[in-house]
Design a protein around this ligand. Sequence first.
Ligand code: CP3
Length: 350
Amino acid sequence: MTNTPEPTAAFLRACRGLPVAHTPIWLMRQAGRYMADYRALRANHSMLELIRSPELAAQVTLQPLAAFSLDAAIIFADILPPLIGMGLHLDFVKGEGPAIDNPLTRPYDIDRLATPPAEENMPGTLKAIEIVAKELAPRNIPLIGFAGAPFTLASYAVEGGTSRNFAKVKALMYSEPAAWKRLMTKLVTVQADFLVKQAKAGASALQVFDSWAGLALSQADYLRYVQPYNKALFQALTQAGVPVINFSTGTSSYLPDVAACGGDVMGVDWHMPLDWAWRQINYDRPIQGNLDPIALLAPWRELQFRADEVLDQAAGRPGHIFNLGHGILPNTPIENVRRLVDYVHERTSK
Ligand code: CP3
C-alpha cells in the first residue's frame, strides 16, 4: 500500500481502516445505461469508441459524480479491452454483450498472444485517468482504476463471450495445464503493468474484478489454477503505492483463500452477511460491500431496510466502504440511487 500522509477523503481513509466522518459509498458500474446522460452518448458512439476516447471516457466517468454525492469515481472502461492488444477480436454486440470471434482453443493460440505494455495497449484509458484525476483533485474525490483478474479474462478469451458453465475454459485448464500456466502468466504480466500505470496516471486506488472464478470453480480448483496467479498479481501491485481492492463474486465458501491472494481491501458480493464475510478474514483488512443490486429496484422502504442491514452488519467499525455486491442494473431508477447515497451519508454522519 502507501506510506504517503493520511488522506482526508473518506473513501481513501476507509481503505486504510482509518476513522471517517461518514461511511463512504460508490457503486460498481456507477456509470452506465441506467443514466439518461450515458444512453444519450451511447446513441452516437459504440462502447469501444467511448472507452478509447479519453475525452468521452472522462465525460462518462464524471456523469454519476454530477448526479449523486458519491465518495469516489471509477474510470469508465471495461475489463475486456486489454485482450484486444493481446490479439483477440473483441466486440460489444448489442443485446448480447461481449463477443470474441477468435477465441483461444489450443496451446498454439496461447503462445501467439502478445503482452504489450499498457501505454501501447490502453493509451486512451491512461489518458482518461489523467484528465479525470486533474478534474477531481480540487474536489478531493478519489478516482479508482481497475482491471480484470486473470481467470475472469481467461474465461472470456477461451469461451468467446459470457458463459453459463465455463465448460471450455475449464476443459482447457484440466487438459493443458502447462498452456494454462502460460496463459495466466501472460495475463498477470499485462494486467499488473496496466494497473500500476493507472496508478501512475492518477488513480488513487485500484480494484481487481474476479467476477467469475468463484462461480466457475471449486475451492480445490481455485487453489490450484487461480490462486498462484492472483497472488502474483497482488504482489506486483504492492509497487503501485495505492490501496488495492480484491473483489470477487461467488467465493463465499472459500473467502479466506481469496483474501490470501492479497489486496488491501476485500470486496464481497451480496450472498453473505457483511459481518460474516468480515469474520471469515478475521477483520484483517477493510471490507467493501455488499447490497444486492436488485434491492435498488424495490420501493424505498425495502431498499432502506436492506441498506440498514448492511450498515448494521458493519456496526460502525472503521474500514467499511458501502457498495453493491455486484454491478448496478440498467433498469435501476435514478431516484433510488440518489436516496441510497444520501441515506448512507446521513445515517453514518458523525
Ligand atoms: O464500474 C464502472 O462504472 C466502470 C465501468 C465498468 C464497465 N464494466 C462498463 C460497462 C466496469 C468496472 C466493468 C467491469 C466488467 N465488465 C466486469 C466485471 C464486473 C462485473 O460486473 O462482474 C465484467 C464481467 C465485464 C464484461 C462485460 N462488459 C459484460 C459481461 C458486458 C455486457 C453486459 C452488460 O451489462 O451489458 C459489458 C458491457 C459494459 N461494460 C457496459 C458498461 C457500461 C454496457 C455497455 C453498453 O453501453 O451497452
